[in-house]
Design a protein around this ligand. Structure first.
Ligand code: HEC
Ligand code: HEC
Length: 292
């Protein structure tokens, strides 16, 4: 009897393991193929002006859009993650130094990366949130590019991307935004300019940077990866719906919620939201207050 039970549990276990093995093989095969795909989109250029107001605006946008969190404070690139399970994920050196963007990297190449999620050769960018930068207004994108084109050259050569099993499976299950090129509506034209008056319209535009974690409907959800905290609901049905505007602004500047919980900036990027202008945070608050 006991031997029979062992035999059957053994068979059950082996079947589960082989199913997992097949699942893993399918996921890796699919992701590897999608990474190797080559894309082509019509090159678009933008008029770049480098007056001091535009450069200041570009600098502010680079800070509040998290470019430095991934690409490093001086934009010379950074290895975001390097472990056996997730793999090695470097974010490019965006300067003109050694290991940085090539000399012939044009404004149109910048637009291609930010709008379509591919590099100048048509290779999909891995883990670059182009599905968010594609929604920038033409004016803001031009300001970002103008600023980035003026940053000092830094020599910093980064190793190649090497995706580990966890990244491949999470990418396959769409739990990790590995291939933004697949998420973008490439035919959608850029909005020329957005309304920067304080209010829900500006808030909705700014909240694109929150949607990757707080979800497209801003209702939050499961942790983004095992071991991380769940992502809170930012609409009227969550805590934020009960906060005053001052409490909201204070939380996004200090990382400390009205209930006294100090958030870790690796979980919730409050060092990034701390750099938003008061007006921008007020607009975000106004927008979240419109979501039932
Ligand atoms: C979540 C992390 C993350 C954020 C935020 C991010 N990037 Fe990236 N970016 C990456 C990674 C990773 C790559 C490299 C992708 C690759 O080579 O496959 C990349 C690549 C790029 C490239 C393409 C370089 C090339 O070789 O063609 C440009 C341009 C770029 N990023 C600009 C920006 C700008 C500007 C911002 C802010 C608006 C930004 N990125 C925000 C992670 C990020
Ligand atoms: C990288 C993922 C990520 C991004 C991007 C992000 N958040 Fe968060 N946010 C979190 C997580 C995770 C928590 C919960 C942290 C904790 O419990 O310690 C959180 C918590 C919060 C809270 C506290 C809510 C509560 O009920 O306690 C607010 C407010 C908030 N985020 C606003 C924003 C806004 C506004 C943006 C965009 C400008 C944004 N977040 C972008 C992941 C993110």
């Amino acid at each position: 009897m006991i031997r029979k039970i062992f035999k059957w549990t053994g068979i059950a276990l082996l079947s589960v393991l082989s199913l997992l093995g097949i699942g893993y093989a399918v996921a890796t095969f699919s992701i590897n193929g999608r990474i190797r795909k080559n894309y082509a989109f019509a090159k678009e250029s933008l008029e770049i002006t480098s007056d001091s107001a535009t450069l200041a605006r570009g600098k502010h946008l680079v800070a509040i859009k998290g470019c430095q969190d991934c690409h490093g404070a001086d934009l010379s690139g950074k290895i975001m993650i390097d472990d056996g399970a997730v793999g090695r994920l470097p974010a490019s050196n965006l300067t003109r130094g050694k290991g940085g963007l090539p000399d012939n990297y044009s404004t149109a190449d910048w637009v291609t990366a930010l709008r379509h999620g591919i590099d100048k050769t048509g290779r999909p960018l891995i883990f670059m949130p182009s599905h968010e930068t594609t929604l920038l207004s033409a004016q803001d994108m031009a300001a970002i590019i103008a600023f980035c084109q003026t940053v000092p050259s830094v020599d910093h050569e980064l190793p190649a991307i090497d995706l580990g099993p966890v990244a491949k499976v999470m990418g396959y299950l769409d739990k990790m935004p590995l291939l933004s090129v697949e998420k973008i509506d490439h035919a959608k034209a850029m909005v020329a300019e957005i309304d920067t008056a304080e209010g829900a319209v500006q808030g909705k535009y700014l909240a694109i940077s929150c949607s990757g974690c707080h979800r497209a409907d801003f209702k939050g959800g499961d942790p983004l990866a095992p071991g991380l905290p769940p992502v809170p609901d930012l609409s009227l049905s969550g805590n934020v719906g009960k906060w005053t505007k001052e409490q909201f602004i204070n939380t996004l500047r200090t990382g400390k919620t009205p209930s006294g919980h100090q958030m870790n900036s690796d979980d919730m990027p409050w060092k990034m939201t701390a750099q938003y202008e008061d007006k921008e945070l007020s607009s975000l608050y106004a927008f979240f207050q419109t979501i039932e």
